[in-house]
Ligand binder design. Structure first.
Ligand code: PLP
Length: 452
């Protein structure tokens, strides 16, 4: 069985569930337009197929002598190599499997041996973990150029162990120039970590080529929604750090008072690993590599341009942007609609048009507060709507979103909506929200196998 694809792909892999029909409050159904891929992306067909192949072979890893244990252990360790290859890992790097990006950055926060610097545009996952130690947050300036200059000044002013930045903003998709950030940080003696949750699904992240020291990513944003992520980067801090999780698999010897901890990665991976999720993540890396080197970025750019052009024609729509001089963006466009709260717009898009978007503050509260102060937040409530694009997004999805927004601002919604439990909700909602029959929360459904 050959698993590695090393030539650029000529076609785009399909996500499972493409073409799923969803009910509308106004009657009938529409193909689901999943414009919320930046939150979680469905599995690609090759990833789901690999999971189906792995499931019958799944057994205990590392400590089992049986044939299937050896197969499962090989799958896990080969997956480690694949994820490393996906991000251009170097000889001195190690791949530690985690649950997701948040987990990976929390792990790095326990290993960093000195002060940390970050920007205020970060997702909470790249803001909050550092607060347990010495950290500083630099406000992003009005331009990328000034932001880099401010980082340079801050790094020169105070010795810093780690500068941690987002690869791509989860609010605006804007990408910072990693090569320049690395040059600035390394000149000041700091290492660089990249939160690649939003970058890795859209662009190659290459540790060897860029000199980035650590990268964190999530499988569920890379079309492998099976609960695995990774921290990849320089081994020395991770070998020296206290074990992130204490328990079986992380030790080479234990007596009643003491333990000898294994080096990374096992030092930080105590307990039975999520072999299925890790195998899925590795298969996503194998599938995405030729796509990112081939037609993926152009496909997404075309749709992003189409969306930007469409939104520009809708009165009252304001796209969000951090820096007017940013030159690269990936697959995310957040915007506000004058006179409408983001939650209301998102409920309308879903209920009347079968479109899934994200609304709110996107776990980026300091950034949304600032954009709001700059006049970009809807009605001053600091919330926005985010449409995100990826594999499986079509021009029809984008056009439907633009048409639906135009309909809202020119004619208004056809249905009525009310806040229920803090969320705008169609009132009444005639849709069947339990198509699998598992029972809605708070009902007496029998989907858990319990007697009604
Ligand atoms: N970083 C960024 C930029 C994100 O967009 C997200 C999730 O939206 C995260 C980190 C956290 O990812 P996870 O929830 O997979 O840990």
């Amino acid at each position: 069985m050959t698993l590695t694809l090393d030539r650029p792909a000529t076609t785009l892999p399909r996500p499972v569930g493409a073409g799923t029909q969803v009910p509308l409050v106004t009657g009938g159904r529409a193909e689901y337009a999943n414009l919320d891929l930046a939150a979680s992306a469905p599995a690609l067909e090759p990833v789901a197929a690999h999971v189906a192949d792995v499931l019958p072979l799944l057994s205990s890893v590392h400590r089992g002598a049986g044939y299937l244990s050896q197969v499962s252990t090989a799958l896990l360790e080969r997956a480690r190599e694949c994820v490393g290859e996906f991000v251009g890992a170097r000889e001195h790097d190690v791949v530690v499997f985690t649950r997701n990006t948040t987990d990976a950055l929390n792990l790095l926060a326990t290993a960093v041996p000195g002060p940390v610097l970050c920007l205020d545009v970060e997702h909470h996952a790249n803001l909050l973990p550092w607060r347990a130690g010495t950290h500083r947050t630099v406000p992003a300036a009005a331009t990328v150029a000034q932001t880099l200059a401010d980082l340079d000044t801050a790094l020169r002013a105070t010795p810093t162990a780690l500068l941690t930045v987002t690869g791509a903003s989860n609010v605006t998709g804007e990408v910072l120039p990693l090569d320049r950030i690395v040059a600035i940080a390394h000149a000041a003696g700091a290492r660089v970590a990249v939160d690649a949750a939003q970058l890795a699904p859209h662009r190659r992240v290459d540790l060897a080529a860029t000199g980035v020291d650590y990268v964190a990513l999530s499988g569920h944003k890379l079309y492998a929604p099976y609960g695995a992520g990774a921290l990849i980067g320089r081994r020395d801090w991770l070998d020296a750090a206290a074990p992130y999780l204490a328990g079986g698999g992380a030790v080479t010897r234990v007596d009643l008072d003491d333990a000898t901890w294994a080096p990374a990665p096992h030092r930080h991976e105590a307990g039975t690993p999520n072999v299925l999720g890790i195998a899925a993540l590795a298969q996503a890396c194998r599938t995405l590599t030729p796509v990112l080197d081939g037609p993926g970025p152009a496909h997404e750019q075309e749709l992003l341009d189409r969306l930007a052009a469409g939104l520009a024609t809708v009165p009252g729509v304001t796209p969000l942007q951090i820096w007017p001089d940013s030159t690269e963006r990936v697959a995310v466009q957040s915007f506000t609609v004058a006179g409408h709260s983001a939650g209301y717009v998102a409920a309308y898009l879903s209920a009347e048009h079968g479109i899934g978007v994200r609304d709110g503050r996107f776990c980026a509260h300091p950034l949304l507060d600032r954009l709001c102060r700059d006049g970009q937040g809807a009605d001053g409530d600091g919330t926005a709507i985010r449409a995100s694009i990826g594999l499986g997004t079509t021009a029809e999805h984008v056009d439907r979103l633009v048409g639906a927004l135009r309909g809202l601002v020119t004619r208004g919604a056809r249905w009525t909506y009310a806040p229920v439990g803090g969320r705008w909700t169609p009132t009444p909602d005639p849709r069947d929200l339990d198509p699998l029959g598992v029972g809605l929360p708070g009902t007496t459904g029998t989907g858990c196998g319990n007697p009604a």
